[in-house]
Write a protein that binds this ligand. Structure first.
Ligand SMILES: [Zn+2]
Length: 401
């Protein structure tokens, strides 16, 4: 058997099977960018020859981390809102006064595709520096078809500028455009934007912001029905600011994920379990907004809902370009165990993107996306705040500079 590359003398947290799926004295072989073997070094196929062999000197290897919820393509700055919230204004107050999403929309509409890419690259680089190999990127700051498509094209280009997989999501239903007509905008989403995005394959999923300050259940359902007719996956910003049945709405459409979920009820968690919808928790926004209501982690566990953790990287409510920090906060604020946090940034995050057949675990056949760590135990990956103890990042079988 001939392979391109072999990593040996490693400890693997495969994220497959039980718990972290730990394999001591492990090895991984890659061929054509995919994992040809992952397991005990002693069980490598006889006669396996590698063009290159890398001695990992006992280091830990995990699947490359996956940030399954970001809004990292945007222009402008909203640090003024940080100061306004410190002075007592709420997110909803700021949104009603023309700030929040609307402020980013004004700046993003004025930015060229090149400018959007240039602004986003440092955020991407921060994630790559901590072992991330797949990033979901949402539109939603154009709120008119042309500007939304430009955001999605900028997202796609990030995957050409850097060795990383980008999963683009169309979030046209993020907010009603400032000064816009609600019904006319929703018609433009379903009649104009969705057919073009599907045709040009600019996004693989469609998301919506279902909240009292955004879109109703009926409006969200209308967008989802058309998205699914075009063969796109759906996911939902749900129950962030109050319980308005977002989790059940996501489940009704078999959404790959429902995200935020601070106010989700027991029934909502049960509906998600039946639908196979992943709970994506976003402790960065919870922290920045000084929320006190926590997502019902115990109910998710009881019903067997997979839990993923993401940054929600955005200029207002989660200006955080560190997935590890969000994993740390998921433990400290929401009570996740370290294995739950690590699975939430790998295996369950892959499922939240509908990409579980391709990424998220160290198993033969999957993309060879690896993070190789200078740690004694996997818990160090989320226990520390600050620079990542990353030794190397591998994307599609190639070690990244
Ligand atoms: Zn979000």
């Amino acid at each position: 058997v001939q392979v391109d590359r072999l990593w040996r003398n490693a400890r693997l947290a495969t994220m497959a099977g039980e718990g972290l799926g730990i394999v001591e004295a492990g090895a991984i072989a890659a061929r054509n960018g995919r994992i040809a073997f992952a397991g005990r070094e002693a069980e490598l196929p006889l006669g396996l020859r590698a063009a290159e062999t890398i001695d990992c000197e006992g280091r830990w290897i995990t699947p490359g981390l996956i940030d399954c919820h970001t809004h990292l393509v945007f222009a402008g700055d909203r640090s003024d809102e940080f100061e306004r919230r410190l002075a007592g204004e709420t997110y909803a107050d700021i949104a009603r006064a023309g700030g929040g999403i609307a402020a980013t929309v004004r700046a993003t509409r004025e930015a060229s595709e090149d400018a959007l890419v240039a602004a986003a690259l440092p955020r991407v680089d921060a994630l790559l520096a901590e072992g991330v190999t797949t990033i979901e990127v949402k539109s939603g700051y154009g709120l008119e078809t042309g500007a939304e498509l430009r955001q999605l094209r900028a997202a796609r280009r990030l995957g050409r500028e850097r060795p990383v997989s980008i999963a683009a999501t169309y979030l046209g239903a993020h907010a009603v455009p400032p000064g816009g007509d609600r019904a006319a905008y929703l018609r433009s989403i379903v009649d104009e934007a969705l057919p073009r995005i599907a045709e040009e394959r600019l996004a693989e999923a469609v998301d919506a912001f279902h909240e009292t300050i955004a879109f109703t259940a009926d409006e969200t359902a209308a967008v989802f029905e058309v998205a699914q007719r075009h063969g796109m996956r759906v996911k939902l910003h749900a129950d962030q600011l109050n319980d308005n049945g977002g989790a059940a709405l996501a489940a009704r459409f078999s959404a790959v994920s429902a995200d935020h979920l601070e106010y989700t009820s027991e029934e909502g968690a049960a509906a998600m379990a039946r639908a196979g919808t992943v709970a994506v928790i976003l402790p960065g926004a919870f922290y920045v907004l000084k929320e006190t209501c926590k997502p019902p982690i115990e109910a998710f566990r009881r019903h067997g809902v997979p839990i993923a953790v993401a940054t929600d990287l955005n200029p207002g409510t989660s200006p955080i370009a560190s997935l590890r920090l969000c994993g740390h906060m998921a433990c400290t604020f929401f009570g996740l165990t370290v294995p739950e946090a690590l699975l939430g940034m790998t295996r369950h995050a892959a499922r939240a993107l509908g990409r579980e057949a391709d990424i998220g675990t160290l198993e033969a056949g999957k993309s060879c996306d690896l993070a190789i760590w200078n740690v004694e135990r996997p818990a160090e990956i989320v226990a520390w705040i600050g620079p990542a103890p990353l030794h190397a990042r591998v994307w599609r079988g190639e070690t990244c500079p």
